[in-house]
Design a binder for this molecule. Sequence first.
Ligand code: ADP
Ligand code: MG
Length: 339
Amino acid sequence: MPIIRQLPPNLVNQIAAGEVIERPASVVKELLENSVDAGAQRIELLIEKGGTERIRVSDDGCGMSAEQLPLAVTSHATSKLPDDESLFHVGTLGFRGEALASIASVSHMTIRSRPADAAEGAELRIRGGIIDPVAPCGCPTGTAIEIRNLFFNTPVRRRFLKTPQTERGHIVEAFTRLALANPRIHMVLTNGEKVVYDLPPTERWADRIEAFFGGEVSDSLISLESDDGQIRISGYACDPAVSRGNNRMQYLFLNGRFIRDRSLQHALGESYRGLLMSGRFPIAFLRMQIPPEMVDVNVHPCKLEVRFTDGGRIYSRVLQTLRHKFLSTDMTMRVGPGG
Ligand code: ADP
Ligand code: MG
C-alpha cells in the first residue's frame, strides 16, 4: 500500500510556481504589480539576458519592515486581504499571497526594503526557498527585489525557456501592460546597460500610448466615454484607417488590471463592422470600471482572465459605447487637448 505523505512547504511552493511563474515575464508581472500595490510613484525594471540572468524591480512604495520580510515570502501570506470578506471586493492587483513564495522557491532572490519611518533597511536572501536570516542594510525608502538564476532547481522549466530575445519580448509586453494601466507612475525599463523606456508620469493617457506605439497610433485615437451608473468605460479606439493584422493591440483594463477577454474583443470587432476589411483588427485602449462584486478575478492564477456576473451587459456596453461614438464622429476626428 502506498503511503500518503504531506508535502514539505518548499515543494508545495515549487508546484504553485509551476502555475503562476511560467517564464521571466511572469516574474516581472508579479513584481511590478506588487510595486503598484505598494503605492509606488516610480518603478524601475532592470533585466539582463531576457530576465534569465537577472531581473530587478525597485520602487519607492511603502516598503516592508524587517519583521515583515520573512512573511512576504511565505505562501498564502498577504497584506491585501485585511479580513475574509475582502476577497469579494478586491481593490489591489495581488491578494493570493503566493507570488513571492513561488518565485523564491525557484530562484535566488534578494529583497531590500525600508518603510519611510524606519531608520535603516533590511535585507533578506532566499535560495530555492531556503531563507537566510534578515540582515540590516542601507537602502532608500521602498523595495528592491532581485531575481537571479530563475528555475535553477527546476531544469525542465529552464529548458522550456526560449531565446533571451523572445523572453525579453514577453517582458516588454508585461511592462507595457502595466505602464499603460498606470500612467501616473514614472516607469523605467533598462535592458542591460540600455534604457529602453523612461516614461515620466502623465495625466494624459494618450501620452503614454504614444510613448509605446508612436505618433501613427496616438494621432488616430478617438476618445470614448460612457457611464451607465455602474459600468464606466473610457479610453480610445483607433481610426479604422490604422488597424492591425491581429488583435494584440487591443488593450483592455478592468478596474486597473490588464485582462484578456474573448467576448469583449468580439464586441470590439463587432463595433467596427463595416469599417474594417476582413482580416483586419481594430486598435483600442479601454479602461473599464465596474463594481468589484460584478466580477470574479479569482478564476485564473495570473488573473489574466476574469469572470463577469453579467457578461452580456458589459459586452453591450462596450459595443454601444463604440458604435455611438462612431455614429457621431467623422472618422478623421483626433484627440483634443487634455484627452
Ligand atoms: P500578494 O501580492 O498577493 O499579497 P505576494 O507574494 O506578491 O502576494 O506578496 C506578499 C506580500 O509582500 C504583499 O502582500 C505585500 O505586503 C508584500 N510586498 C511584496 N512586494 C512588495 C513591495 N514592492 N513593496 C511593499 N510590500 C511588498
Ligand atoms: Mg503580488
